[in-house]
Design a protein around this ligand. Structure first.
Ligand SMILES: [Fe+2]
Length: 287
């Protein structure tokens, strides 16, 4: 089974959202949607999400799932906004509880912030499967970038989130709380154990030295042969050393503070105050 995959690239956060359609029907899933957010003004915008919704409506698609590969630190999820308009169940990895616990503390959340993943409609574990129309999806737990990262294998396509990037860019950082280069290396081996012809769709692309266009689709075979961090000839020790050294040089993503607070709530803003106003916090010297 080969799903029809349509990509939506967000140039502000270098995120790729996907509509994944059952080739034999009108059912689809939306992977990693984006709610635009301008941090300087504190304003949200639904341009990116509206483009996905328009595509769904123009093609008369039935949205069954809104899948999150993980709690993103660089963009806000638009899953609840999309759900309200076109339906679908919001799913994420069950280790979200670990992420909620960690960042519940960082943001000094009160007891009204539940750390049990109950904000999501479905918590997936390794080995779970789900249906999109007649098409089956399988869940791989692929932590390392974050504890809750999942890879969704849908027919011959794998949505790997932030584990592997394009072969010429390599892999995702592992220095956020709960991240681990060793764990990511092992998770990547799970992805590379899929059949060589499996299509891989990455969660971000930042171009790469010598490549002037954005790209997001590759294959397991290509990753095994050419990935600059984990391809042929690269071993675990080398990977961990490279990843750790490189991560130490990376700045925090621009939107990490708003993203975490919203995404750990399944894309919902914190509860409004007594006047109906919504606020996000900035923890000082915590990240
Ligand atoms: Fe990420």
């Amino acid at each position: 089974m080969s799903p029809e995959v349509t990509a939506f690239f967000d140039p502000a956060t270098f995120t790729i959202s996907y509509v994944v359609k059952d080739p034999e029907g009108s059912s689809c899933a939306i992977v990693d949607s984006v709610l635009d957010f301008d941090y300087s003004s504190g304003r949200t915008d639904t341009r990116s999400a509206d483009a996905v919704i328009k595509f769904v409506q123009d093609n008369n698609l039935n949205v069954e799932w809104l899948l999150e590969s993980h709690v993103h630190a660089d963009h806000l999820s638009a899953a609840p906004y999309i759900q309200e308009r076109v339906g679908g169940k919001i799913g994420i990895g069950d280790r979200i509880t670990v992420v909620q616990d960690t960042f519940g503390k960082v943001f000094n959340e009160g007891t009204e912030f539940q750390r049990d993943g109950s904000q999501f409609d479905k918590l997936f574990v390794e080995g779970d499967s789900f249906m999109i129309g007649q098409m089956r999806g399988d869940v791989l737990h692929t932590p390392g970038h974050t504890p809750a990262c999942l890879t969704y294998v849908i027919g011959d396509a794998a949505f790997v989130g932030d584990t592997l990037f394009m072969p010429d860019f390599g892999t995702a950082r592992c220095d956020f709380p709960g991240g681990s280069a060793e764990t990511l290396y092992n998770s990547i081996q799970k992805i590379l154990a899929l059949p060589d012809e499996t299509r891989i769709f990455v969660g971000h692309d930042y171009k790469a030295p010598g490549r002037d266009v954005y790209a997001w689709e590759t294959t397991v075979g290509e990753q095994k042969a050419k990935n600059i961090h984990v391809g042929e000839g690269k071993d675990e020790g080398e990977f961990i050393k490279m990843r750790t050294e490189r991560d130490a040089t990376l700045a925090m993503p621009k939107l990490i503070i708003p993203s975490l607070q919203v995404n750990m709530r399944a894309g919902q803003m914190p509860e409004p105050d007594e006047h109906g106003d919504v606020f996000l916090k900035v923890p000082v010297n915590k990240l």
